[in-house]
Design a protein around this ligand. Structure first.
Ligand SMILES: Cc1ncc(COP(=O)(O)O)c(C=O)c1O
Length: 377
């Protein structure tokens, strides 16, 4: 249990039973903002077991996002049409694309699933890296398509040269995840751009940039510019990672309207009011994004230095997780970590003696590093 709970810390005068709704909301806003800033300062006691298997961002959400949700909660009886438009306007400004080039999703996962279904119904192939993120690929397969999986190269990056050789008349789309999950690596931007421009002349290219803002020089790495330049490219982004809003389920895609339209037709969800106001406020909170990126990087550097001391191979992570060689079958390693109260990610074939672990809060990182020393020494 966290040592800091709302019940324990709510001042006596803020007893909800004694206050009207407006005062209670105001008091609750203060408490929740305090929890958030405490999380950011890592004064929250570690809560065991550590859930470090699904790449959540424990530094989030930003206090401004929480404040925006608090301000909006009482209006939850309204449909969120205006807030959807405001969020689209803000994304359009951020990405420098027209508003009709933006599609909101219930997480970027909803967009990946719909895109997978759309391309799968064409009964063709998706070319993708292995190991990689499989949401679009799995959806494509269940809709009747198939996958051509290209192993990552010796730097655990997408092997773009090998992928280029796989494009054929059977290809329906190419899926690239940059930075890649689970290998955590980025592609060289110039090489990736050249590959995508060529490939998109033949088939649409889907670029999943879920972890982009965790990368050191993320602003230069996005391929949204290729959309504006008119290429057949779909870029997806999410508020689940750097913005720490995974539970609110908001993501978006950027592409030309003719590419977005058939994907949109297959989507059934609607992003919710609180998620959209939180996402909008997060976009405007530049300090938070930068601070969180640096906190994640500090956690990453700490694990990498332990792995280096232990003589283990690890990839050049540009994400909120690290991927490293255990030398132990991953099933066994998962069990050993579980005994230390730490949940790490599932196996990622064919790299079955490698492990993916998410960056946690600084106190959590101390426990991770202790466990790694104990198991891998
Ligand atoms: C590479 C990648 N893309 C997309 C997603 C989907 O995230 P969400 O649906 O929360 O936006 C994830 C989730 O972990 C991911 O790792």
């Amino acid at each position: 249990m966290n040592k800091f709970t709302i019940e324990e810390s709510t001042p006596q005068h803020a007893n909800p039973l004694l206050l009207n709704r407006r005062h209670w909301l105001k008091a609750a806003t203060g408490v929740i903002a305090a929890v958030s800033s405490l999380r950011a300062q890592s004064e929250v006691a570690v809560s065991l077991p550590l859930q470090l298997s699904i790449n959540e961002n424990p530094f989030g959400p930003s206090a401004k996002a929480i404040d925006a949700m608090q301000q909006t909660m009482a209006r939850s009886y309204r449909y969120p049409h205006a807030q959807a438009q405001q969020l689209i306007d803000a994304i359009s400004k951020k990405e420098n694309v027209p508003t009709d080039h933006i599609l909101l999703g219930v997480g970027s996962g909803e967009i990946l699933l719909a895109a997978g279904r759309y391309f799968g119904e064409k009964k063709g192939e998706v070319i993708a890296a292995v190991p990689g993120y499989t949401q679009l690929i799995d959806a494509m397969k269940s809709a009747g398509g198939s996958a051509v999986l290209v192993p990552v190269n010796d730097q655990w990056q997408h092997d773009l040269d090998a992928m280029a050789t796989k494009i054929s008349e059977k290809t329906s789309c190419i899926y690239l995840c940059n930075p890649n999950n689970p290998t955590a690596t980025v592609c060289d931007t110039a090489k990736l751009t050249a590959f995508v421009i060529e490939a998109a002349k033949k088939v649409p290219v889907f670029i999943d940039e879920a972890y982009l803002e965790c990368a050191d020089d993320f602003a230069e790495r996005t391929l949204v510019g290729l959309v504006t330049a008119g290429h057949d490219v779909i870029v997806s982004r999410t508020f689940s990672k750097i913005y720490g809003l995974a539970g609110l389920r908001i993501g978006y895609a950027v592409a030309k309207p003719s590419l977005l339209a058939p994907i949109k037709e297959l989507m059934t969800g609607n992003p919710n009011l609180l998620g959209m106001v939180a996402a909008h406020a997060s976009l405007l909170d530049h300090d938070y994004c930068e601070r969180t990126r640096l906190q994640i990087k500090a956690g990453r550097d700490a694990v990498n230095s332990v792995l280096q001391q232990l003589g283990r191979k690890f990839t050049a992570s540009q994400t909120n997780f690290v991927f490293f060689h255990t030398g132990i079958p991953i099933d066994r390693f998962q069990e050993l970590m579980k005994k230390e109260q730490i949940h790490v990610a599932r196996p990622f074939p064919p790299m079955l003696d490698w492990c993916r672990i998410t960056i946690g809060l600084p106190d959590e990182m101390k426990l991770i590093n202790q466990a790694l020393r104990k198991i891998l020494s």
